[in-house]
Design a protein around this ligand. Structure first.
Ligand code: ASP
Length: 512
């Protein structure tokens, strides 16, 4: 082996890009799915005998393999993603980069799924395709393939390396798990509306280094998360959607998760029938539901508006600015990990695993403290899992909060205390007033409010039989995340009734 593995391996999976003229000498002969050799021979500067291509004054090694049966990408299934990932794993040490030729229709799913499957990736994996077959005179294929190869052999050519699953299309390099197909036939067929592209090709190759993910610190071997659980679906909410239809859908045997595509910043109908149906799906059928926006750009701010707080109470988790393609394939890989509880799965879904969402959300869950299980006032809750330590072990959120190194490397952007599904114990409507303290288990009505452990006072008038409280506690969180011991959350009543709280947690939004 040379000092480092050089050259590129092209993996051909099918799609429009691979069509060539039946008779290579007759440009008027019909287009048919081409062999890998025919595709390579269409590239200017390719030397078939040497298996090299001339690029920037260098001869670069190019080898190619193909799926057993190249397919139109509309027929792509989990087994094809597994095969692509397996091929990359098998040849990982032999090349400096990989190019996958793929149909454009489902490219965003494939590039997202591969991003989640390939763990600790330290080399470029670039997916590309074209709107016109490589055999067409006015095709965009040659430009796309050659540029993808240039990004893949960045090391040999002296460009910055992009050690991610990315997509090259029409001279732009996009993060694979941020990609959207935006045009059915235009040459600018793709975009990543919520993230600046990773690079561009003009006369020179340019890389937007500030956006590109850093390679793993200790280059380990590539790990492939082969298990995918695709008993999932994505579902567009639309005006007038019938809750009965949802319930029937949720009864589908073996269904495990749904990507809910909602309006605007994560909003959906607020009628009791609709929310009851969603809750039936989450709580009774055990479905993992993630909320992403139907909009091309922007993000879900679940719980910010009344119209999405209901989804939060029903147990739907927010997907921030994830694309539907990323949310679906992330769900397939996370479910495939076989984590022990539904909550572990939901917690992991909220972490930024590959740069697919702009932040990670770590949840600190609370339960009633031992001495206080009767739901009476004051309610004292402690974090569920012992010493609070936020540690990440690979992709798995191991723990809890404690100001140790892995957490400090992340920047806390915002922290929310969420008390969901609050109702009065006697089920009646009325006023509810309480003060909230963190780590002040003996707090009383007279306890001072100008101390760091005071989170705020809640004053609510119940107009429905269940309600939520969402408090921005970013300021206080900056102080308590370093305390390194069990946290108590105390609700001190100021008159009013006893309450029951279905779900109390602190959501910490962090960035690398
Ligand atoms: N139907 C084709 C495919 O996705 C379209 C294309 O490649 O552009 O395989």
């Amino acid at each position: 082996m040379s000092a480092y593995a050089d050259g590129v391996l092209i993996i051909y999976t099918g799609g429009t890009i691979g069509s060539v003229h039946e008779d290579p000498k007759d440009p008027l002969s019909p287009l048919v799915p081409g062999s890998m050799d025919q595709i390579l021979e269409s590239l200017p500067g390719y030397l078939p005998r040497d298996k090299k291509i001339a690029l920037k004054g260098k001869l670069v090694r190019v080898e190619a393999i193909s799926l057993d049966e190249p397919i139109d990408s509309s027929n792509i299934e989990a087994k094809d993603w597994q095969e692509m990932a397996r091929l990359i794993k098998e040849h990982y040490d032999d090349y400096e980069g990989f190019v996958i030729l793929h149909g454009t229709d489902t490219m965003a799913y494939t590039s997202s799924c591969l991003a989640f499957m390939l763990e600790d990736l330290a080399k470029p994996v670039i997916v590309t395709g074209s709107q016109l077959p490589i055999g067409e005179t006015r095709s965009d294929a040659v430009q796309n393939v050659v540029t993808a190869i240039e990004f893949a052999v960045a090391r040999t050519l002296g460009h910055p390396i992009v050690p991610e699953v990315s997509v090259l299309f029409h001279n732009q390099l996009f993060r694979g798990c941020r990609l959207r197909k935006v045009s059915a036939s235009g040459y600018e067929g793709f975009s990543s509306p919520n993230l600046l592209h990773l690079g561009q090709a003009g006369e020179h190759i340019e890389v937007n280094s500030a956006v590109v993910r850093r390679p793993p610190e200790k280059p380990t071997r590539l790990n492939v998360a082969m298990e995918l659980d695709m008993d999932i679906m994505s579902l567009d909410i639309f005006p007038g959607m019938k809750p009965e239809v949802l319930r029937t859908l949720f009864d589908t045997p073996d269904l495990k998760g749904i990507v809910l595509k909602t309006f605007g910043t994560g909003n959906a109908p607020t009628t009791k029938e609709f929310l009851d149906a969603i809750e039936y799906g989450v709580r009774e059928k055990g479905l993992l539901m993630v909320n992403v926006t139907q909009c091309m750009q922007g993000e879900v701010e679940q719980g910010l508006y009344e119209v999405s707080a209901g989804l939060l109470t029903a147990g739907v988790i927010g997907g921030l600015d994830m694309t539907p393609e990323a949310a679906l394939t992330k769900m397939g890989t996370v479910l495939g990990k076989g984590l022990k509880s539904a909550r572990d799965v939901a917690d992991m879904m909220q972490l930024d695993l590959r740069g697919e969402q702009r932040a990670s959300i770590y949840n600190v869950h609370f339960r009633p403290a031992e001495a206080d299980t009767d739901n009476g006032w004051p309610v004292v809750l402690r974090d569920e899992d012992g010493p609070l330590t936020l540690e990440q072990d690979g992709d798995v959120f191991q723990g809890h909060l404690q100001g140790n190194a892995p957490y400090k490397e992340k920047r806390l952007i915002r922290a929310f205390l969420r008390l969901l599904g609050i109702k009065t114990s006697d089920g009646r409507r009325g006023r509810l007033d309480f003060k909230l303290y963190l780590d002040e288990p003996d707090a009383k009505e007279a306890t001072a409010e100008d101390i760091p452990t005071y989170l705020g006072t809640v004053s609510k008038r119940f107009t429905t039989d269940m309600d939520n409280v969402i408090l921005d506690i970013t300021h206080q969180a900056k102080q308590f995340i370093d305390m390194g011991h069990n946290l108590h959350l105390t609700l001190v009543p100021i008159g009013g009734r006893d309450v029951e709280i279905r779900d109390a947690h602190i959501a910490l939004m962090t960035q690398d």
